[in-house]
Design a protein around this ligand. Sequence first.
Ligand code: HSE
Length: 440
Amino acid sequence: MMEIRVGILGLGTVGLGVARMLIEQQSLMAKRLGKKLVLVAAADRNLERDFGLDLSGVRLTDDAHDVVTADDVDLVVELIGGYEPARSLVTTAMQHGKHVVTANKALIAKHGEELLPLAAANHVALAFEAAVAGGIPCLKSLREGVAANNIESIYGILNGTCNFILSKMEDEGADYADVLKEAQALGYAEADPTFDVEGIDTAHKLSILASMAYGSHIKFDEVFTEGISKISAADIEAVAELGYRIKLLGIAKPHRGKDGDKVEMRVHPTLVPLSSQIAQVADSYNAVMISGDFVEHTVSIGRGAGERPTASAVMADIMDIARVTPGGLQFMAPAMGYMPDERQDLATLDMSDVQSEYYLRLQVQDESGVIAAVTSILADHRISLEAMQQKERNTEQTVPVIMLTYRTTEGNLQAAISRIVALSAVEDDVLILRKESFAT
Ligand code: HSE
């Protein structure tokens, strides 16, 4: 049976999962593939530890360069993460004629536009299913399953750490910092967890999904990004009373305007109706909702992080490449879902033009006329209120006031808020959350 020889860079959580699958699932995969996948080499900075896995037949090295240049490696799996040295190692591997599979969303989001042509020039595959939503085969769905549709929207819970934190804060009234530590211990969080909680990891993933959906270049730097670190237990409770739950969502939509086609891309904590499917996705689970003009709504739910689910997605890419190796790369769907020459430089919709409904939390002096002054400014901006609640005093003189607005543009809302915080009776730390409705 033909063998495809695999080398792994990084024996961390996911790297060990991939090694385990290559060893333990070898015969199952061979039956499905007609080829044998063999782990021949692995690189890690720290080889003096118990891997909890028999790697006796595998050449172990602390120099990743040995793996990316080795004559006996056909396919390199990059699981180091981050921008460098991952970028240099992937580049060298492809220049040495090796296919590359990576789970590194930061790498693809930031350097994909440089690495994809390099893969083509070197006649190798670059695959990254595990980079987005861990174990959910969402890139394959988008690239192949709904390939004949115009994509109307993508909504994703794309960060397991944030979903885990928000779920636990709601269910157990747990403290944000404690839950973050638990997510780190479970291997969900990034090396720098600010990437998780500040929405950067979700923005990496969303930029890849949006690019694949709309045939545009990957524009991670243009994704509007807000994280969950300013969400308090009081907000979680207040939105529940109103019939909502807070989820960190990545949202992508196409826009046709007088000044050409644009792509809307935003990441922020979002109020979702308690009755919606996406509100039920808890713990470290991710969800990707893709809506197309013919397929209507599809929702995929699965583990978005952790050793085994992420390894599962890495292995699916390895099997796809192995199936067409050698010499059949042209039979794979294009890596970004569009033929390379058809990909365009679409503009990103300015956040001020994005339309949404809003949740506002204001802290105001508990005195007459304050609410009238606030609502009069909202009326000036033609912002209509769906609901309003004044809570009990939580300081000597001030009270929290919560408002839900109907749809308006972000630019209009921000203009109204800057006038509202200029009122002497309103403190300047207004919390603005966006709200979405769902068909399912
Ligand atoms: N830190 C990421 C998460 C890991 O929490 O979802 C998977 O990309």
